[in-house]
Design a protein around this ligand. Structure first.
Ligand code: AVI
Length: 334
């Protein structure tokens, strides 16, 4: 096994994410009438670890469903693809544990693959490489530390390559419909005709099941969201008291999404050193922290069609809670 990673530097990509983005997103988000912070800022080292713990919770069925799908359908996934040499590019790879199930199977069936995990967190990338080193498989890993879109721009230089992009775990659900469409359209633009995308969708289901998945009995999901405030304190010199906020996450039947907030429990003012500003919070005032959209089969079909892909096959678990959909870049113009 050969494994390494590259951090995209400003020379590679002009718009590389920096701490400055975090500070300015906080300034913009907390200055709004309706306060909001992009959910990607939850994921520092502590946020990554809290999310890992979420994926092991009994209520958070999503991760287990996707494992089941891969175990059950890995052979069909290989058979659905008409190539035997691929770059397997994973967006938001985390620790790469789920991808490994597929990668192992690809190797077992004689496919020649290079694994290119892309993750915004260098700590997550180091952890991924550590995990693969401890339990190696015969593969080359060429990691990229970057935001998805920057990583994609960088990859688009490699024309003529065959690619299978993995976008797993309902990550697409954290984008609003129009953002998801724009992102997939952009992704399609850097891929070559005949490339594949394996994308995970959490399906619409019983509302209690959905609400429980985001309101676990150990309160890890609440801590995951509250990490945003702790991260602001740590990195930007804020004086948030997380005890003065309550996590609230519920399914909205109109939007079809779990909408998550941190709600202020009293009138108070919080000071943040960078950007040297105070922000006032009214009692019961929310900060919007995450949007987790749930899909139907026809939503998925429409999304593929609108973004220049054709669906090769769909794979679901036995309860139809989750769906991994294999899309192929159609031959139309980019
Ligand atoms: C990463 N993402 C797909 C998760 C989700 O389900 O929206 C993040 C998460 N938020 C609360 N629990 C898990």
């Amino acid at each position: 096994m050969k494994a390494g990673y590259k951090i995209l530097s400003p020379q590679d990509i002009k718009t590389r994410g920096t701490d400055h983005d975090f500070a300015s997103d906080i300034l913009i988000g907390l200055s709004r009438d309706k306060k909001s912070i992009p959910c990607r800022h939850i994921y520092d080292k502590e946020g990554d670890e809290l999310f890992r713990r979420i994926t092991e919770l009994p209520e958070y069925y999503l991760t287990r469903c996707e494992y089941d799908i891969f175990q059950q359908h890995k052979d069909n996934i290989v058979k659905s693809m008409d190539k035997d040499r691929f770059n397997v590019i994973e967006l938001g790879a985390g620790d790469g544990k789920k991808a490994k199930v597929l990668l192992k199977h690809f190797l077992d069936t004689g496919m020649d693959v290079t694994y290119i995990p892309i993750d915004i967190s260098e700590a997550a990338m180091k952890n991924l490489i550590n995990k693969f080193t401890k339990d190696p498989i015969d593969i080359t890993i060429e990691g990229i530390v970057a935001e998805y879109s920057e990583g994609l721009k960088w990859l688009s230089r490699a024309e003529g390559e065959r690619n299978l992009v993995l976008f797993l775990g309902s990550n697409i659900g954290n984008a609003h419909e129009n953002e998801a469409r724009a992102f997939l359209h952009k992704l399609r633009g850097v891929l070559n005709p005949g490339d594949y995308l394996l994308i995970g969708f959490d399906l619409k289901k019983d509302i209690d099941t959905l609400n429980k998945a985001y309101n676990d009995s150990e309160n890890i999901t609440a801590q995951f969201h509250l990490n945003l405030l702790r991260r602001i304190n740590r990195e930007l010199g804020g004086n948030f008291n997380p005890d003065q906020f309550k996590y609230y996450g519920r399914y909205n039947v109109l939007t079809g999404a779990i909408e998550s907030y941190l709600v202020s429990l009293k009138d108070h003012i919080v000071y943040i050193n960078t950007p040297n500003r105070s922000f006032s919070f009214k009692k019961w005032e929310p900060i919007h922290t995450e949007y987790s959209l749930k899909y139907t089969d026809s939503d998925i079909k429409k999304l593929a069609e609108e973004t220049g892909f054709e669906i090769t096959s769909n794979y679901t678990d036995s309860r139809k809670y989750f769906q991994d959909s294999l899309w192929r870049v159609n031959n139309g113009t980019k």
